[in-house]
Design a protein around this ligand. Structure first.
Ligand code: HEC
Length: 117
């Protein structure tokens, strides 16, 4: 056991001793382009309610790229967020959220995607 510990300590020390010059590290400015992900929701009544209650976990584009579903389905979805995922949704905001999602989908807001089909 003692031999093992000694070997474990000696090896890195021996490697370090072999380095007489410190490694040169340089940092450069780098930029990267994120995928096209609109970070705003279209204007409309209830927009603020969606921003306050849904965008903590979803990006605006996720919200906008959902399949078009009837109002009941949106109500069920919001209820599912609260029940299953513990989303802190203000109960008073739920009708506004549902109205907004239904209205936005009815307008057929088309969100640009990174890759077109
Ligand atoms: C606490 C985090 C959280 C919040 C807040 C939240 N969601 Fe979700 N949501 C999830 C998770 C987790 C999933 C399942 C995984 C996924 O599809 O991303 C999901 C999935 C979804 C889906 C995909 C379909 C489905 O039924 O799974 C929709 C639509 C959705 N959420 C809408 C909403 C809306 C509208 C709100 C605002 C009322 C909201 N979410 C708030 C966590 C959250």
């Amino acid at each position: 056991m003692k031999v093992l510990v000694a070997a474990a300590l000696t090896l890195p020390l021996a490697l370090l001793a072999g380095c007489d010059s410190p490694p040169t590290v340089s940092f450069e400015d780098a930029s990267l382009t994120l995928p096209d992900d609109p970070n705003t929701l279209p204007e409309g009544p209830g927009r603020q309610a969606v921003m306050d209650n849904c965008l903590a976990c979803h990006s605006p584009s996720t919200m906008l790229q959902q399949p078009r579903v009837p109002r009941e389905k949106w109500e069920a979805t919001v209820a599912k967020m609260v029940k299953l995922y513990k989303a802190p949704v203000d109960p008073a905001a739920i009708p506004q959220i549902v109205d907004y999602m239904v209205a936005v989908q009815a307008r057929g807001v088309d969100v640009p995607r990174e890759t077109s089909p």
